[in-house]
Design a binder for this molecule. Structure first.
Ligand SMILES: [Cu+2]
Length: 341
């Protein structure tokens, strides 16, 4: 009797072991909020039109601002940045891509190396507790368990997108530059690195009207002769509007490095947005169409912080990725992508 019971328990244990999703992993990332000098137009021209940058608006500070961005390090010493391959430099200001398969737990060792309190949290992932501010210089570990309810639904592809950002003060944190992508892949459909197995290339594009008036570094930017050579006070009537910068991955007027893909590849575009009152975007491609939740188009509505679109490029060339909403394109929200044979 006892032997039979023991055998039963052993069988049960074996069954549980086999039923346990083999791929469930703990994925550790070392991410800091770092202060940077960010130049929205490092090429100092518009390479799409082949023209100089438009003249500064009457009370626009310039194209370079002190900001804070998320950057990934190799380990807990935060001494070495994870190198960004040349093909990935188009990510620009956008934080490092974090992948997870449903069932995984993402662990973020977060160090705040800025002078303001910030944190890091995924918006929309259900089981994440509300984090609290991490004080300047402090380090804290956050755990993000990714449950079935966070994974792709029936109309999604094999993966979907969330944004992570600092929710200490979402408006000012986004205006500082703190936002990045969390990609969640359906259980059983991920590669070892958490990316979807049925996708050849993932492209991340953050559409954002960066609001430099809400940037917590504003007073420092105003006080800097290099950033504010015309000595604005910030109280000018036009100042707030003149310092909205229209960007994709933190680049204006075509200054984003050009991501490249091949004809026939299964390309997945992850489209993020900040949520200032000036945001709400219409990412639009020339040259090819995309499928988004079963609908084919050359434009995707980005009224939430995130959307996904799949493309199988069939048209080689250098093409536009722009925002066709409102006056965003007229204000420089444009970039390029390249399709090669
Ligand atoms: Cu837009």
């Amino acid at each position: 009797m006892k032997a039979a019971a023991a055998l039963g328990i052993a069988c049960l244990a074996l069954l549980v072991a086999f039923c346990e999703p083999a791929a469930a992993r703990v994925r550790i990332h070392y991410i800091a909020a770092d202060e940077v000098m960010w130049n929205y137009a490092p090429l100092r021209m518009n390479p799409i039109a082949g023209t100089p940058l438009p003249p500064l608006l009457p009370t626009q500070l310039g194209w370079t601002f002190q900001k804070a961005i998320y950057r990934e390090y190799t380990d807990a010493t935060f001494a070495h940045l994870v190198p960004v391959a040349p093909s990935e430099r188009y990510h620009g200001m956008t934080g490092p891509t974090i992948h997870a398969e449903v069932g995984d737990t993402v662990v973020i060792v977060f160090r705040n190396r800025t002078r303001f309190p910030f944190d890091i949290a995924p918006s929309g992932v259900r089981s994440t507790p509300n984090p609290s501010a991490v004080l300047p210089g402090a380090t804290r570990t956050f755990r993000w368990p990714i449950s079935d309810a966070d994974g792709p639904g029936v109309n999604d592809g094999s993966s979907l997108l969330y944004v992570y950002e600092s929710d200490v003060n979402q408006r000012t944190s986004e205006s500082a530059g703190l936002i990045g992508p969390l990609i969640v892949t359906r259980r059983g459909q991920a590669r070892a690195d958490g990316s979807p197995a049925d996708v050849d290339r993932e492209i991340v594009a953050l559409f954002s009207v960066q609001d430099e008036f809400q940037n917590p570094f504003l007073s420092l930017n105003l006080a800097s002769a290099a950033i504010n050579p015309r000595h604005f006070s910030g109280r000018e009537k036009t100042f707030e509007n003149d310092n909205y910068i229209h960007t994709i991955n933190g680049f204006a007027w075509g200054n984003m490095p050009t991501p490249t893909m091949r004809v026939g590849e299964r390309v997945r575009w992850y489209l993020l947005s900040t949520m200032t009152p000036a945001d709400g975007h219409a990412p639009t491609w020339s040259g090819q169409t995309v499928l988004s939740q079963g609908n084919r188009s050359d434009v995707v509505a980005l009224v939430t912080p995130h959307a996904v679109a799949d493309m199988v490029p069939d048209n080689p060339g250098v093409w536009l990725l722009v925002c066709t909403l409102n006056i965003h394109l007229l204000n420089g929200m444009e970039a390029r992508y390249k399709v090669v044979k």
